[in-house]
Design a protein around this ligand. Sequence first.
Ligand code: C2E
Ligand code: MG
Ligand code: MG
Length: 474
Amino acid sequence: MTEQVSVPASASGVPLHFAHDDATLKSPTVQRVADGRLLHALFVDSLTGVYNRAYATGRAQQLLKSARAARVAMLVVNVDGFSRINDIADYDLGDRLLRSVAQRLARALATNDLLARIGGDEFLIVTEHHGHMPMLAAFAQQMLALFAEPFVIAGREYRVSASVGVARSNDGARDAALLMRDAGAAMRRAKVHAPGNVCFFTRDMKEAAQRRFAIENRLRDALKAGELTIAYQPVVAAASRETIAVEALLRWTSSELGDVAPAEFIPIAEQAGLMEDIGDWVLEQACAQVANWRWSIAPDVSVSVNISPVQFNARLVQRVAACLANSGLDPCALQLEITEGILLPDDATVRATMAALAKLGVTLAIDDFGTGYASLSYLKRFALHGLKIDRSFVAGLPGDTDCAAIAEALVKMAHACGMSVTAEGVETEQQAVMLREMGCDALQGYLFGRPGTAADCAGRLSDADRFRRKRMPR
Ligand code: C2E
Ligand code: MG
Ligand code: MG
């Protein structure tokens, strides 16, 4: 028996109807209809032959409006480490693997389930779970178990796992796109905390997703609305305690959300594609400000600017060159702080960007050292000028002997590689003395000054300037 099923409007906006057998939802059979070719292109993923996102969304929306709404669940299945497969082999292998995954999933589904590919390595299953959590959990585990056996492609075995996120309509969302978003959020949670597992969408994830959504939304206008500012934190010479540099730290006071910490909004800006513009603005502001201070009150002060991994490419080189030219800042007074994550891929783009920046005359420092996976011997391969010891090691001083041993070893090894060392998060006099004795070149932390407005920082720099002039013989 076939029934008339409304499917989403076509690209031209005309609603389409085609004969559809509910028993075939899991694998499209739209070729059967007269104008099959058109429908096939509109609703079927050409790579795998399962439905595409547009069809799945429309069909799920119908279900969510029907009497069966309370029983609908979505599972987002994402192949773990798929990008690695594309990296080590050609795209053909990746394509064939995705086809095999689709076939395996399709074969395991019941007649009323719907399968679609909704992203590169991401599949969606729409199912009705009859309101029983244990049954739904068992079903999700069954989907995971499909990855236990290796995939055989061109005579070779490939082992991949998958992470699965599950969202149920009776937990809230009665909109297909929102339910899909929730299942996606649960899948990402699984990927971060326990790849190769199932994660159910929960209320706290919902709150986190809503906050994330609000931040992303508001952040889009933050620059134009003048809500972003830069705080400057002093960096002092370990021996003389004179302010030798400032670190530019981004601040956001949203008219709707209040103060949002950079640790919260920067990762969102990076994922939403907003960090390049924001990063450009930080560079411009910081260069102009410090050029001004060097001219007026502190001729030797330099500035450190944090650079996000998404900024680290040829475009950054152009932006840095433009900022230096516009502000007149001496290139040797600009230090860019990068994190280990930028260097770990060790690809040609990273090396070319580093070489071009070095040619401009700016210096590069590795920030938060010790929190990632890079070893010092690895860092030696790159032309880095400075290393900042992460504050988690400093916080343990003076009591924690492990922290002390690590900090001391870092200083020695960084010096052996020709890098200068700054300790971050120095809060007590004891820490400052100990780090100085270990050989740290510079210190940064609340003991010497919290990040403050440009005006606060100017006050501090001019006080230091007056003090220096007083000491100078006439
Ligand atoms: P970071 O670059 O390691 O900056 C140092 C962080 O430690 C700052 O946090 C600073 O306020 C904090 N801090 C400094 N001294 C002390 C101390 O004595 N004790 C404690 N507990 N904390 C101290 P903040 O400003 O919240 O920034 C957090 C992170 O956000 C930065 O870490 C940096 O990774 C990132 N960030 C800030 N501004 C920018 C930016 O313009 N671009 C990029 N890409 N990232 C930025
Ligand atoms: Mg930094
Ligand atoms: Mg740091």
